[in-house]
Design a protein around this ligand. Sequence first.
Ligand code: G5P
Ligand code: MG
Length: 218
Amino acid sequence: MYSKIFRTVIIGAPGSGKGTISELIVQTFGFLHISSGDILRQNILNNTDLGKKARQYISSGRLVPDDILNKTMLGRITEVGNKSYILDGFPRNKAQAQVLAGSEQIDAVINLVVPHDVIIDRVKNRWIHQASGRVYNIGFNDPQVPGVDDETGEPLVQREDDKPEVVKKRLMLYDEIMLPVLDYYKERGLVSTFRGSKSKEIWPRVELFLREKIHKCR
Ligand code: G5P
Ligand code: MG
């Protein structure tokens, strides 16, 4: 779609809408969405070696070790080849950001800031289709039939790490480990911050930002 490859990272607390905004970027700009959480959950579902290792960390709200994530994510980026992408969930700490910088030149970092009380309320209502990673939210983007995936008709489930006590832990961990990542990218002049309580209000600003940014890069 665009002559230059555009490499974007989306950052934001658990439940801030990274997946939701990424999907809109995919639909509007044709970027590929590379989500570390979706890749890990897919591996858990398929009971792969990676999935077996990751499960214990994810279900308790802890980070999966860096060496596993670095290898998995850099592998996936290489696989997609020369295509514009949006990275969601990676990097998750400064060490991962440094590893990423060793092989990829990032063009922009989209930083979503959503109040924690809004997030805690939101994830209670999140339901996913495990096989595809499709995400629903009761009262926001409901499935056509309650409890059932629109495309496959299969049952929806709640994420193990969406239990309120695990969400609180993930939010605390996020603030601690992501500030150095934000500083790392701010020092490089890459961060644009979008604040709000609703993805529908945040999205038009992200869209405008990307249009302008891509236009300048052409
Ligand atoms: P993930 O999968 O990367 P998180 O914790 O970063 O998980 P999460 O929970 O996937 O982020 P999100 O993508 O930011 O959240 O948010 P979303 O899914 O779009 O929106 C949340 C819900 O709110 C959805 O139901 C959506 O429909 C709804 N929603 C969105 N906007 C609105 C709105 O405006 N209004 C309302 N009412 N609802 C809305 O990582 C999971 C785990 O994997 C491991 C870690 O253990 C991590 O905890 N992991 C890694 N470990 C080490 N290193 C890494 N790089 C790792 N990456 C993942
Ligand atoms: Mg997500």
